[in-house]
Write a protein that binds this ligand. Structure first.
Ligand code: FAD
Length: 453
């Protein structure tokens, strides 16, 4: 089974889809029916805050605005709820912020700055836990645990260094496991020469979580309109006027929660600031009891490896293996077929005890890269009433919900300001027209690094 967005490169898109159905992912097949929403926006409306995008960022922002500040925001989603990355991701909530390795944080922002960002990363996990608890959301939350596995023996020393950095700079204790401990206590796989284990991350069913957030936001007092793409935005007399094909919304403040699906042609203030990049996932057939026993596959931890272009993977509750990784620059049928085979070969390398893994599900989504590899939660330079939280770089499960919360706090109470690396404006890519070429060069460099000893 395969499913992709309705266009093959958001940079060229003029329209983010309209009412697009939830793609045929494993999550879609196992989430149950979608929650009720407020349907297509019809006619003219007025609200204090309009939110564009009905994924984790937009829904969390809507819930916090409605429940903590009494504002009744209106969410406009082009397709079905959580149609974007929030309904398609790898399901790992980690203390991750962007793509910059922890080792570079101190160099960029000094020790105090790095600690502030780390504290927000931890707070982001707490935000997810709080949302799950407040919504009573049944999203198959797994026990805590994330393993970062050395994909070559030479990468173990990097994990040792990371363990020291986490302890000395952030006061966080991660556990270092050798290959034997991994095989005994987690999984006896390939590309597993050691691991750093974090005790604070967890996996869940991402679409069930998103569906729960729709429900929670609406119960708190927000409206969530679907099949309602915002096609244009103008400002008159202190009001923003948002236009969809079937209605309009006047709003004092607008939040962009559009991720890798941002239409820069329609919203010029965001032009040249994001690079949408494909990430893809394959889900295999269920493992047999013999295969599970042969690999001693007992861990419920989320896993990723030490590659620069990393793979992320886990065992699903019905004993399938889910594995994802960075996709090709463009989404062509031939490219996707080749990439599916590539992901299956990664499954075979990591789980050699599984005979002939096949792709029962295969899908992708567009994550948003930024020039400085960090997400930004800020406002337009010339208009403080235009807010955005964008650029999670493929690790936004927890941080997107946290960013939505921080924007809601800023709008509602003036608090919730993030530290500078996160609250500064999105930098523009230099020579933005050539972003795709830059991406190709970067992927080649990463592939070279990943293959080195
Ligand atoms: C395959 C894959 C695996 C991933 N795995 C992980 C993981 O394991 N851990 C992790 O931390 N992160 C992961 N991510 C990233 C994570 O899913 C995202 O960072 C997060 O979901 C972003 O949420 P969001 O609400 O900002 O954006 P999205 O969920 O993408 O929502 C944006 C929404 O905006 C809507 N939209 C866009 N333009 C308009 C418009 N003009 N009008 C109305 N609506 C509009 C879109 O339809 C879309 O639904 C993964 C992403 C992918 C694709």
């Amino acid at each position: 089974m395969s499913a992709g967005p309705p266009y093959n490169d958001p940079l060229r898109a003029r329209h983010p889809g309209s009412g697009g159905a939830q793609p045929a992912t494993y999550w879609q097949a196992t989430a149950g029916p979608p929650p009720e929403d407020d349907g297509v926006l019809e006619g003219d409306h007025e609200t204090e805050v309009a939110i564009i995008g009905g994924g984790y960022t937009g829904l969390s922002c809507a819930h916090y605005l409605a429940s903590r500040s009494g504002i009744r925001p209106l969410v406009l989603e082009a397709n079905t709820p959580a149609w974007g990355c929030s309904g398609r991701n790898g399901s790992f909530a980690r203390p991750a912020v962007g793509r910059l390795p922890y080792a570079q944080w101190v160099g960029r922002w000094g020790e105090a700055g790095a600690r502030q960002v780390f504290a927000e990363a931890m707070a982001a996990l707490e935000t997810v836990r709080t949302l799950i608890a407040e919504g009573g959301i049944d999203c198959e939350r797994m026990p805590d645990g994330w393993l970062k596995l050395a994909h070559r023996p030479s990468r173990v020393s990097g994990l040792e260094k990371e363990q020291r950095l986490l302890r000395d700079t952030f006061g966080f204790e991660a556990e270092l496991l050798d290959a034997e401990q991994l095989a005994r206590g987690h999984v006896r796989g390939g590309e597993a020469d050691g691991a750093l284990r974090w005790s604070v991350s967890f996996a869940m069913h991402p679409l069930k979580l998103a569906y729960g957030l729709v429900d929670l936001a609406r119960r708190s007092g927000a409206r969530v309109h679907t099949a309602s793409p915002v096609l244009g935005l103008a400002k008159r007399d202190g009001w923003h006027e948002l236009r969809t094909s079937t209605g309009t919304v006047r709003a004092r403040q607008v939040v962009f929660a559009t991720n890798g699906y941002t239409l820069e042609l329609a919203f010029p203030f965001l032009k040249g600031r994001l690079l949408p990049v494909l990430s893809n996932i394959v889900v295999t057939q269920p493992m047999t009891a013999e295969e599970i026993a042969a690999g001693n596959f007992i861990t419920t931890d989320a896993m990723s490896d030490t590659r620069a272009m990393l793979y992320y993977y886990r065992r699903l509750p019905d004993n399938r293996i889910m594995l994802g990784g960075k996709g090709p620059p463009r989404e062509t049928p031939e490219g996707m077929e080749a990439h599916k085979r590539h992901l299956l070969s990664a499954v075979a390398a990591k789980f050699p005890f599984m005979a002939e893994p096949r792709a029962d599900y295969f899908w992708g989504g567009w994550v948003a890269l930024t020039y400085d590899f960090m997400p930004h939660v800020a406002s337009a330079e010339d208009d403080p009433s235009l807010h955005y939280a964008l650029g999670y770089m493929g690790s936004g499960v927890s941080f997107s919900m946290h960013a939505g919360r921080r924007i809601a706090e800023r709008i509602g109470t003036g608090e919730g300001q993030l530290p500078p690396p996160l609250s500064t404006g999105l930098p523009r890519f230099p020579a933005a027209a050539f972003r795709r070429l830059g991406q190709r060069a970067m992927m080649r460099w990463y592939a070279f690094q990943d293959g080195r000893d």
